[in-house]
Each structure stands twice: as C-alpha cells, then as structure tokens.
Design a protein around this ligand. Structure first.
Ligand SMILES: C[S@@+](CC[C@H](N)C(=O)[O-])C[C@H]1O[C@@H](n2cnc3c(N)ncnc32)[C@H](O)[C@@H]1O
Length: 217
C-alpha cells in the first residue's frame, strides 16, 4: 500500500526479549543482473536471476506482517550500480518476487539521476548510486562478515553487534571481490556445510543474530 505507515518491528514481546535491533546490513554481489531497466517482470530468472535478488530483499527486510526497520540491503549490480533499500523508510515491499523486482527496476530506471557520488531516491527507502562493492564497503561502518561455506562456523564466532553481511548471488564471489573483502579484513563465516541459496543464507544469518548465536529465544 503506497504511503501506508508500517507498524514498528519493536513489538512489546520483542522489547521484553531484548530484541531491539542494532543496525544490520546485507551486501549482495549480483553478477548477471541487468543494469538497465528494460527487463520484463514476467520472467525474472531469465534476467540475471532477479528472482533470487527479489527473494533476498524480502528475506532481509520482511518479517511476518512487518518490516525490519534496522536493516539496510545493498545490491551491487555489475560492480557499476548500487541500489540500497532502507527498512526504516521502505514502502510497497511485499513478499512476492514481482513487487520486489518492480522496486529494483524503478531504482535502476532512476540511475540517470545518480550523478557522481550523488544518490537518486526514486521511492521511499530506495536509493541508487554509481559504484561497486568498494563503494558499498566504504559507506558501511559495521563489522564485515563474508558469508562463505568454508568460513568459520557460526558456533565458534561471536555474534557481531552491527554486522555487515556480504553474500554472493548464484555465482561464486569473483577473485576481485574476495581480494577486496580480504583487504578490508572481513571475517569469513559459514552458516553450515552445504551451499544454500543466498536468500536462505540471509534468513539463517538473521536467525543467528536474532537469537544471539542460537542462545536466546
Ligand atoms: C548459491 S551460493 C553461491 C554459489 C555457491 N558457492 C555454489 O557452490 O554454487 C550463494 C551465496 O550464499 C552464501 N552461502 C551459501 N551457502 C552458505 C553457507 N553454507 N555458509 C555461508 N554462506 C553461504 C554465500 O555468500 C554464497 O556466495
């Protein structure tokens, strides 16, 4: 519902359980998604797996009938365009892939308004700017966590206060991305021994932080 005021994610129960969230960010490196808006919403898998990116957005930002206000999602498109979604301001994000992909398409269409370091803001909570992974990394200040199957098991890692999770899409991280993350001292963390879909990895990462390392329910 455009312009509708979404309820706060801090319900009484969450406050009692100490679940008031600090900032949590997700950076998703998309390798084949389009950087122009001329794609159809009817066949998202054929457009560089936009279906997966749409599911990543909802996994990161939505709760059941609610929004995670303290979450930001960065989608890195071809290392040339950055789309950022801010949970505190976002409107019209629904659980279906089509509406999430439509928000992303509108953001890509607005890229002409993103000049130099200036962002365009095509809809509430959605921002687009020029740049790639390094631009996103310099704009975040939390603890960098690169999600990789071969990383340290979550059971052995302290849960970061304000994590910035970095994930790849359906492709591996590129050598340049790996190098950049290593140079920025990103901690490599594994959510389990099996390669899972990026949107599932986001749900598990949220659960890891929500439960303070599977300790609080
Ligand atoms: C589908 S995977 C990427 C490709 C995958 N490595 C493969 O073998 O096909 C998508 C992303 O989700 C995250 N991911 C998947 N499984 C994971 C795991 N077990 N632990 C941590 N992150 C994982 C990683 O960021 C990964 O790049």
């Amino acid at each position: 519902m455009p312009g509708a005021q979404l309820p706060s994610c801090e319900t009484e129960l969450e406050t009692r359980r100490g679940l008031r969230e600090l900032m949590r960010e997700f950076i998703i490196c998309a390798h084949e998604a389009p950087t122009n808006a001329e794609f159809a919403l009817d066949d998202l898998p054929a457009s560089g797996r936009l279906d997966l990116l749409a599911r990543c957005l909802t996994a990161a930002l939505l709760l059941s009938h609610d929004v995670r206000r303290s979450v930001a999602v960065w989608i890195v498109l071809g290392d040339e365009l950055l789309v950022r979604f801010e949970g505190r301001d976002i409107r019209s994000l629904n659980p279906d892939e089509r509406s999430s992909a439509a928000l992303l398409r509108a953001a890509i269409a607005a890229k002409r308004g993103a000049i130099g370091e200036m962002e365009a803001n095509p809809s509430p909570g959605v921002y687009v700017r020029r740049g790639g992974l390094s631009t996103a990394l310099s704009a975040t200040s939390g603890q960098l966590v690169q999600l990789v199957e071969e990383g340290a098991p979550t059971a052995e890692v302290s849960v970061p206060e304000s994590p910035v999770f970095v994930l790849s899409d359906h492709r591996e991280f590129t050598p340049a991305e790996r190098e950049l993350l290593t140079a920025q001292a990103a901690q490599q963390v594994s959510l389990g021994p099996r390669a899972i879909h990026a949107d599932h990895a986001i749900a598990i990462a949220h659960n890891w932080v929500d439960t303070a390392g599977y300790a609080q329910y």
